[in-house]
Design a protein around this ligand. Structure first.
Ligand SMILES: Nc1ncnc2c1ncn2[C@@H]1O[C@H](COP(=O)(O)OP(=O)(O)OP(=O)(O)O)[C@@H](O)[C@H]1O
Ligand SMILES: [Mg+2]
Length: 356
């Protein structure tokens, strides 16, 4: 006798999503169960294609179903429907499911490098991604992506963002002639950002990554307020000074009611290409300690790699140019962890709304 759908679902209740702390059936992830004699096919629809435990969940699900009496083959098809905070809290932008800010208390810690590699990493994993260069004073995104193309104006529709490395990109740098300094004042900046958000034809996006200006001053604040954020990641380097600035950045996001998705420690250590010795140039563990201290997730560390720097200068982001390099792998892991944290935050918001 062949199994029935109820038995398959009962077996799949043993598979837990480690981030959402519930089984995949209760979470509503299991869809389209098809039973043909001993063969069982089903779909698992996750909240992000960049799920860090996607392969594990697939293997576990296929194992528990295969173990049922009468099953000769079990196949799980993995898909994703990216979750969103929707209109909860702040006014959402139609078509954009999650806006993720990348900020830092201190300049030069690798915010733009992280934004660029994070965005491409998410796209490589199958998400629809945009990148907004919100650093109005030092827009570096176009250079890091080798982007010289100006955005197209599509008549009434608005500004069409150019696409590179699988992501849609808009930068203030594209809208002003090079070598012409821009001076922004608070209200003007606010207006410009809002205009950006309304005039850019992003289409459907799972994630819009926003590279925030450095610091926690007016510009960063006004930028973070202009856009409804799903959450923010904070970038630091291991030095004491950078780490103590993280507190300020976290404080700023908390004040604005933007969930802090976690801390990334960049330029964490250096691995000698000759002897493979690991040197902690700026000390180590500062980012993790700070994250623990503040009660926010530590998302991981990225080593110093000359290819990160040269790739940035030449418009060849390392996750695309050398995806097997340890620094690239670190950025790719980070992109999964950031996506997972966004899903966790979105689930939390739903819970709050559901519970009377
Ligand atoms: N992991 C890394 N290994 C080597 N070089 C790196 C790494 N991360 C960043 N860099 C280099 O450090 C410099 C600063 O990085 P980046 O521009 O991303 O920082 P930022 O925080 O955006 O700076 P700003 O505050 O000026 O906007 C760049 O030249 C970049 O290529
Ligand atoms: Mg920058």
């Amino acid at each position: 006798m062949s199994v029935n759908e109820e038995q398959v679902l009962a077996a799949l209740r043993a598979v837990q999503d480690p981030d959402l702390h519930k089984d995949i059936v209760s979470l509503g992830f299991v869809k389209n169960v098809r039973i043909d004699g001993g063969e069982v096919d089903f779909t698992i629809e996750l909240t992000t294609p960049a799920c860090p435990v996607k392969d594990d969940l697939k293997a576990q699900a296929e194992d528990v179903v295969s173990a049922l009496a009468g099953v000769t083959a079990a196949r799980a098809k993995m898909t994703a429907n990216v979750s969103t905070r929707g209109g909860f809290g702040r006014q959402a932008i139609p078509g954009i499911r999650n806006i993720v800010a990348v900020g830092a208390g201190k300049g030069g810690v690798g915010k733009t490098t992280t934004s660029v590699n994070l965005a491409i990493g998410l796209a490589q994993k199958g998400a629809r991604v945009g990148l907004l260069d919100g650093d109005v004073y030092g827009p570096n995104v176009p250079q890091m992506l080798g982007l010289r193309e100006a955005p197209q104006i599509a008549g009434e529709k608005g500004i069409l963002p150019p696409e590179v490395f699988g992501i849609k990109v808009i930068s203030m740098g594209m809208l002003v002639p090079p070598d012409q300094p821009i001076i922004w004042r608070g209200p003007m900046l606010h207006g410009a950002v809002q205009q950006f958000m309304n005039d850019v034809v992003w289409g459907e996006l799972d994630y819009l990554v926003v590279d925030l200006p450095p610091g926690t001053g007016d510009v960063a604040l006004s930028m973070a307020q202009s856009v409804p954020m799903a959450g923010a990641v904070v970038v630091t380097t291991p030095q004491g000074v950078a780490v103590s600035d993280v507190r300020k950045a976290v404080g700023m996001f908390r004040q604005l009611n933007i969930p802090v998705l976690g801390v990334i420690e960049n330029m964490s250590y250096f691995v000698c290409s000759h002897c493979s010795e690991r040197t902690e140039i700026f000390g180590s563990g500062g980012g993790r300690r700070m994250a623990d201290d503040l009660g926010i997730p530590f998302l991981g560390e990225v080593p110093i790699d000359i290819r990160v720097r040269s790739g940035g200068d030449e418009g060849q982001p390392i996750v695309d140019a050398a995806p097997d390099a340890p620094a690239a792998k670190a950025f790719l892991d980070l992109s999964s962890r950031v996506a997972a944290q966004v899903s966790i935050q979105n689930t939390r918001v739903l819970k709050v709304v559901e519970t009377p």
